[in-house]
Design a protein around this ligand. Structure first.
Ligand SMILES: [Mn+2]
Length: 302
């Protein structure tokens, strides 16, 4: 069940905030790159891929066509990591990146509709273009993954569903529109709200989610929107919500990256311009270190 052999992480930066209201998260990956390079707890054969594909003028090149280019670049870089035998770690960037990351993982492992996804977030990110009050794509990636794409972004996920609703589990939810919640509940998606965390305890919820996912699929990933955490420990993100996950949640993630079914990690929405004293950056690095932490222990033993 637990990987004993060495493995490498393929880190992809999604330097794009075009799916968000505040585009400052486009600088999230760049703000962390030096630290990621010097962080010795990362078992990396490190493959930083800075995602700034296109910056020139094309007639009628809209914001969303540009977002599409960024997403396709991320999708390819995640596939490259897998082809190289690495575990992808995608760092954003706004959460529209989930369309690219999880489509890449599902396709590379032939796990369409068989990939489990643990979605840690304050929000459900399950709007359609019709129900979204803001029209921002970082509020829609779950919907795209569940249903397949439409419009400019359709080619990122393709026409078909990538994630089966019964393989999607949310944790940390506390802010959403009724349409989203109804849509997901009707599909049978599992949703652990902050009320559930308070009632059951963070690690109990994570354990339950993991058991559920591992039982249903042969591969799973974790996507973490940094706004899932409490604004006191993660102020550096565009849409903070009070009463979020606390420090103790980190412990619950320990070693998940060493599970034999673990396929990829994604961390989205870090906006360095809104950070306070580097708190959020430090938290993000600790999340990565914790998820793969057992690797360090086994490495130290050897
Ligand atoms: Mn999100």
């Amino acid at each position: 069940m637990i990987k004993k052999s060495a493995f490498s992480l393929g880190i992809s930066g999604f330097s794009c905030g075009l799916g968000a209201q505040d585009e400052g998260c486009k600088d999230g990956y760049a703000a962390l790159e030096d630290q990621l390079r010097s962080t010795d707890y990362l078992p990396c054969s490190y493959q930083p891929i800075v995602n700034s594909l296109y910056d020139g003028p094309i007639l009628n090149y809209t914001k969303y066509e540009k977002l599409y280019d960024h997403l396709m670049y991320l999708k390819n870089s995640v596939k490259e990591s897998i082809a190289d035998g690495s575990i992808p770690v995608a760092i954003g960037g706004d959460h529209s990146m989930a369309m690219a990351t999880w489509t890449a993982v599902a396709q590379a492992y032939s796990l369409q509709r068989q990939l489990g996804l643990i979605w840690v977030d304050a929000h459900l990110d399950a709007h359609s273009q019709d129900t979204s009050p803001s029209g921002n794509y970082h509020g829609m990636p779950a919907r795209f993954l569940l249903e397949g794409g439409s419009g400019v972004l359709s080619r990122v996920v393709g026409d078909e569903s990538i994630i089966d609703p019964k393989h999607l589990v949310y944790i940390g939810i506390r802010s959403y529109e009724d349409e989203e919640y109804a849509y997901l509940s009707n599909l049978g998606v599992k949703i652990y709200t902050m009320d559930d965390i308070h009632a059951q305890g963070a690690c109990c919820v994570v354990k339950e989610a993991m058991n559920y996912i591992r039982h249903h699929v042969s591969g799973f990933g974790v996507t973490i929107d940094i706004d899932a955490f409490d604004p006191h420990i993660a102020p550096g993100t565009g849409t903070t919500e009070a009463d979020g996950l606390k420090e103790d949640f980190l412990e619950c993630l320990k070693g998940i990256g060493r599970d034999e079914k673990f396929k990829a990690l994604e961390i989205a929405e870090f906006n360095p311009h809104l950070d306070q004293d580097g708190k959020t950056a430090a938290l993000l690095l600790r999340i990565i270190g914790t998820i793969f932490s057992d690797y360090k222990e086994s490495r130290d033993e050897n």
